[in-house]
Design a protein around this ligand. Structure first.
Ligand code: ZN
Length: 274
């Protein structure tokens, strides 16, 4: 039982309690307001060299290419670390790039897309979401994207639009289909020199501070992994917090209607089409 000091006037007590309450409120508002970044390392599974990325903080999601000899083991290993796992689904590009196994192309039937997605997902069994590998052609096509999103909603998978073209319809179709979705704001290592990665990382932080959050995509290049190992340790010095993509996905879903929407025109980055 709390013994009230009778020398301490009641108004002082009320003031102290109120002050403590307000402190709590402002502390929790502060943590809600802290700008957030979420990171995805995609193209995982091409080579055993990619395993260096497992040393990154476990908030960093891995998006794993389907049907490679490493897909299953990377999926399991990442899940054991309590890391978000995604399926990195290859989609046809305008430039006709080599896509690898499990790819979706414009000429495929609905059934063929669904079969491909089923096989791809079975090879990355822990996936909780999907983002596109390449796809500058496919993400502009309503038919294949609707089939894809229908599959994702049935399997309760979220979607991150890698935005390999500014004309991508993927995010809009995801929303229309009821798939939780976000889009990539910055590619960190399109040019994988330390200076360029740093420049892009600073850009990611600026966007997060301006809009409350930002999503970056990077690759398991040795330069990127070593840059991020350093940069993510000092993140709190910049007043920014790294959170799991799944956490960001859920908080954004809840806040979407209340928050000021991100200005995608400004946040979008012009990149060479893939
Ligand atoms: Zn990719």
């Amino acid at each position: 039982m709390i013994k009230i000091n009778s020398n301490y006037p009641a108004t002082q007590w009320i003031r102290a309690v109120l002050l403590a309450f307000l402190c709590c409120l402002s502390f929790s508002a502060q943590s809600v307001k802290t700008p957030k970044i979420a990171l995805i390392i995609d193209d995982m599974g091409n080579t055993s060299r990619d395993s260096a990325a497992f040393s990154l903080p476990t908030e960093v999601a891995f998006s794993i290419l389907p049907l490679t000899r490493l897909s299953q083991s990377y999926s399991r290993q990442a899940t054991q670390q309590n890391r978000d796992v995604m399926l990195h689904i290859p989609m046809e590009s305008l430039a006709g790039n080599k896509l690898g196994p499990g790819a979706i192309t414009a000429d495929m039937s609905t059934l063929s897309i669904r079969t491909t997605l089923t096989q791809a997902l079975a090879s990355v069994p822990d996936a909780i979401g999907v983002n596109n590998h390449m796809g500058s052609k496919l993400t502009q096509l309503s038919g294949p994207m609707s089939t894809t999103m229908q599959f994702l909603v049935e399997h309760q998978l979220f979607f991150v639009d890698s935005r390999t073209t500014r004309y991508s319809k993927a995010e809009r179709i995801a929303n229309d289909t009821g798939v939780m979705s976000l889009r990539r704001n910055v590619f960190l290592d399109h040019n994988a020199t330390h200076e360029q990665i740093d420049q892009q990382f600073q850009r990611l932080l600026r966007l997060a501070k301006k809009y409350g959050f930002a999503v970056g995509i990077a690759h398991p290049y040795p330069q990127t992994v070593s840059y991020l190992e350093g940069a993510l340790v000092n993140l709190s010095d910049h007043g920014v917090q790294l959170i799991a993509l799944s956490e960001l996905m859920h908080t954004q879903q809840i806040a979407r209607r209340q928050q000021h929407p991100i200005n995608h025109k400004e946040a979008d980055q012009t990149i060479a089409p893939k």
